[in-house]
Structure formats: structure tokens, C-alpha cells
Design a protein around this ligand. Structure first.
Ligand SMILES: [Zn+2]
Length: 373
């Protein structure tokens, strides 16, 4: 992976490449972002940058033999330590090989995976996932080796917060005795759960969320999403590219039309029509149902800004604005709170597989009551 494969995030790319150039790089970096954020891919691209002998000022060449190996995550000096299921002594080597092949296939599909994505890809229960003591001992062994091809080898630890105490102590040992031939890259989400003794031996690099513009540009470029829809999704994704990509696949093109029609029926208390509409929602499937509810929440939030905020802060498409002009007159602030509460409730019920027709019908009745109150 190259830096250019990651949309935006210029500040952190710059910080890292400059630190390397000026020899200011600590022997262990802790790169931190949200779950599903850009931290993981930034770290992989930086490893590629460090290993590439033909790199430019700003990126790996992407074409040399080294780049072709790092791209496939098979470079012999690029070691991965990952949370995984616990393996018996006997399955250890085979298990590690299996883990790496699952990891390679995950990253080739998704460069912003969440822990949950990894667990489901590798078919592990999330609660059984951890970095084992054996993995930590393997770090000790790898550190003792000379690099095979590069000047330095890279030990890449994804989610050090999932190290058990014993495993963390093994890691601590190597972090305490840095050697010139090893670069540690730790990539974390739950930064607070990492042992302070480990934190104190690393240099922190924070990777921010994506901006809405970065997300909508990436969606237009990678998926050919229509600009208006890309903007809508970027707003819902709240800086998370992974969530945005899920929304591309799960979001009906006509969320606004659906929502508009639904609210019109609630406003008119058209109960018979609402029963039919709930059936229609039921047939959409779970992800689109959740997305419609999320869309509703974002419309309610925007209506507050519309009524009380600064017009510059309005983040709506042209079509949405024309809807909002009427919507915001009907839905005053006290109603926004109440309706948002019921939409949130419904969202959790849908997640828990409660019958969607009943959920949407109940919700419609609540909304009708609140609007008319
Ligand atoms: Zn290269």
C-alpha cells in the first residue's frame, strides 16, 4: 500500500516522512486512530515507504521488487503481530500461516478494517481474540534476527491494547532495549487500555478522522458515487471511511424521498398508508432500514441548525434544503429531541432483530403523536 492509496490525511503523511528524513523517528511509534480509521493503512503505507529503496520524498515507488512484496504483505522484514484466536502448541506454525493468509485477504479487500471486520473475516468470536504470549515471544525471536533484505526490519503490532499482561511484559522487554535494526509500529484504537509502561516507550502519532470532503471525494473516485449521494453519506459516516463504504452498499438512493413520504404520512396521521409503508420498509432489509433511521436522525439534527444555527453550517444538498424549508417549520426543537429518542430506540430494536414492520409502525405512531402534540 502506498500513501497515495489513502485519501487526504496529508498532515500525518508529512509528519512521518519528514521524521524519517530528518532522523527523528523514535524506535517505537504508536499510531492511533478510531476503530476503522486511517491509522492502520497509514502505518502500512509508512512501512512500505521505509522499506522501498526507490522512494521519493513523499511516497514509496510502488513498482520495485520490495514494493511488490510489501504490497502483498509478504516482505520477509515486515512482521505482523495481530490479535487472533489462541492456538495450541501443535498448530502454532500452521495457525500463524493461516492467520497471515486471512490477514492478506482482508487488507486486499478493505484498507480500513475494524476489529469486528477482522474477527468475522477470520471467523473468530470477538471476545476470544487477543495477542497471545506466544506471539510476544515470537517478537523477541524476530528482533534477534538480522534483517533479510532491508536495512531495518519492521515489527508491526495491530491493537497492542489486546496484549495480555504476560504478553505485554515480553514486549516491554524488547522496547526497553532498542536496537538500530528494528522499527516498531504499534497501531491502536483503545489507547487508554495500553499499559502505561508500554506507552512511555513509544512516540504517539494521532491520525484524525477523515473530513467530509475526503470521504465524498473517495466515494466519487472509488465507487463512482453521484456527488449528491456522496455528500449525504459523508455526513452520515462521521469521519469513518469504513462506515461510509458500508453506506455506499447499504443506502437506498432515495432515502430523502422515503423519509419525506414517511413524514408526510405521519403528519397527516394516515394510519392505513403507514401500515403499508411499514411493510415496504420491512422488505428493504436490515442495513437500508438502519440507514434510513440514521438519515432521519441527521435530518433532525440539521433542522436544529436550520432554525437556530448559522446558515454556513448547513450541510445539505440542494434537494434536502428545499425539503428542510418546510420540515423545520413543522418540527420544532422540543419535538426534535422526542423524535430522535424514538428513532434511536427503533434503531436498537432493528439491530436486535425485532420485527421491522412492528418497529416502523410503532415509530410512525409515536412520530404522529409528537408532531400533532
Ligand atoms: Zn519501491
Amino acid at each position: 500500500m502506498n500513501f497515495k492509496d489513502i485519501t487526504g490525511q496529508e498532515e500525518v503523511k508529512n509528519t512521518l516522512t519528514q521524521a524519517l528524513k530528518q532522523n527523528h523517528l523514535a524506535h517505537a511509534l504508536l499510531i492511533r486512530s478510531d476503530d476503522g480509521g486511517a491509522g492502520l493503512s497509514v502505518a502500512i503505507a509508512f512501512a512500505n515507504f521505509m522499506l522501498c529503496p526507490n522512494r521519493s520524498e513523499t511516497d514509496a515507488c510502488g513498482e520495485c521488487d520490495t514494493c511488490s512484496k510489501t504490497k502483498k504483505l509478504i516482505h520477509p522484514d515486515f512482521h505482523f503481530v495481530l490479535p487472533y484466536k489462541s492456538l495450541s502448541e501443535k498448530d502454532d506454525d500452521q495457525g500463524k500461516a493461516e492467520m497471515m493468509s486471512q490477514w492478506r485477504s482482508l487488507i486486499s479487500e478493505n484498507i480500513y478494517p475494524t476489529l469486528r471486520n477482522w474477527a468475522s473475516h477470520a471467523e473468530i468470536e470477538t471476545k476470544q481474540i487477543s495477542i497471545s504470549v506466544k506471539e510476544s515471544r515470537r517478537i523477541l525471536y524476530n528482533v534477534s534476527l538480522k534483517p533479510f533484505e532491508a536495512e531495518k526490519k519492521i515489527i508491526f503490532i495491530w491493537l497492542p491494547e489486546l496484549l495480555g499482561i504476560e504478553a505485554a511484559n515480553a514486549l516491554l522487554k524488547v522496547l526497553e532495549e532498542p536496537n538500530q535494526r528494528t522499527q516498531f509500529l504499534l497501531v491502536a484504537h483503545d489507547y487508554e487500555k495500553i499499559l502505561p509502561t508500554i506507552l512511555s516507550r513509544t512516540q504517539l502519532v494521532s491520525v484524525r478522522r477523515f473530513t467530509e470532503t475526503e470521504i465524498s471525494n473517495a466515494l466519487i473516485k472509488d465507487f463512482g458515487t453521484e456527488p449528491e449521494k456522496a455528500e449525504q453519506i459523508a455526513r452520515l459516516a462521521e469521519g469513518n471511511m469504513n462506515a461510509a463504504k458500508d453506506l455506499v452498499h447499504g443506502m437506498p438512493d432515495n432515502n430523502l424521498a422515503l423519509f419525506q413520504n414517511w413524514f408526510r404520512l405521519c403528519y397527516g396521521q394516515k394510519m392505513v398508508d403507514l401500515v403499508f409503508l411499514s411493510e415496504e420498509f420491512q422488505n428493504m432489509g436490515k442495513e437500508p432500514q438502519k440507514n434510513l433511521l440514521q438519515f432521519g436522525l441527521s435530518m433532525l439534527r440539521e433542522s436544529l441548525i436550520w432554525n437556530y444555527g448559522n446558515a454556513d453550517q448547513i450541510r445539505l444538498t440542494v434537494e434536502e434544503k428545499s425539503f428542510m424549508a418546510n420540515f423545520s417549520k413543522v418540527i420544532q426543537a422540543n419535538k426534535v429531541d422526542k423524535i430522535s429518542h424514538w428513532i434511536n430506540e427503533s434503531y436498537y430494536q432493528i439491530e436486535r432483530n425485532v420485527n421491522p414492520k412492528m418497529v416502523f409502525l410503532d415509530l410512525s405512531i409515536q412520530i404522529s403523536k409528537i408532531i400533532k402534540a
